[in-house]
Design a binder for this molecule. Structure first.
Ligand SMILES: Nc1nc2c(ncn2[C@@H]2O[C@H](COP(=O)(O)OP(=O)(O)OP(=O)(O)O)[C@@H](O)[C@H]2O)c(=O)[nH]1
Ligand SMILES: [Mg+2]
Length: 179
């Protein structure tokens, strides 16, 4: 009875969840945030600090913090970690040369205690570019299947068309309702 009641309350109440959107500079984080919000491509310049927007999907409210990914800014990512329910880690699928840096940054983040209860969505962005890495390739390089400490998912996407983004959001919503 208690469980049923909790599920019903969840169905009718709006829930709020904190999401941090991180990844190397130029990965497409800001473009993704505004594609989520407005279904539009906005003109971006490198983010200094962060942008925050509320994205609602099936009564679930996500407060998404898009954080600048330039090298000098990465040391302050941890100031955003507290109470994050989700980490969206964006990878530029065309950037083979820096995938190992993404891997190091991702591992560093996931070992931080403030993120011990967060779930991970990796977005393999820029799938419109010919010759880019597939989500499977990125997953293998990031060794996601070896990740046992966090629930995770990887989704290929293109922030310019929005392709793949609703699937990513859908996974996050399912994770919330399954809790
Ligand atoms: N071809 C292609 N270009 C994209 C895609 N997503 C983003 N871009 C471009 O990539 C560039 C960087 O995008 P941003 O969204 O500013 O990247 P960012 O991750 O926020 O970068 P920082 O704020 O510096 O951390 C822009 O020129 C975008 O138009 C995509 O899916 N495909
Ligand atoms: Mg940005």
């Amino acid at each position: 009875m208690g469980l049923l009641f909790t599920k019903l309350v969840k169905m009718f109440m709006d829930e709020e969840h904190k999401v941090i959107v991180v990844g190397l500079d130029n990965a497409g984080k800001t473009t993704i945030l505004y594609q989520f919000l407005m279904n539009e491509v906005v003109h971006t310049s490198p983010t200094i600090g962060s942008n925050v927007e509320e994205i609602v999907c099936k009564n679930v409210h996500f407060f998404m913090w898009d954080i600048g990914g330039q090298e000098s800014l990465r040391t302050s990512w941890n100031t955003y970690f507290a109470d994050s329910d989700f980490v969206i880690f964006v990878v530029d699928s065309t950037d083979r040369e820096r995938l190992h840096i993404s891997k190091v940054e991702l591992s560093k983040m996931l070992s931080h205690e403030d993120l011990s209860n967060s779930r991970l969505l990796v977005l393999a962005n820029k799938q419109d570019v010919k010759g880019c890495m597939t989500a499977a390739e990125i997953s293998q390089q990031l060794q996601l299947t070896e990740l046992k400490t966090h629930s995770w998912n990887i989704q290929s996407c293109c922030a310019l068309t929005g392709e793949g983004l609703s699937e990513g959001l859908e996974w996050m919503t399912q994770q919330v309702s399954a809790r």
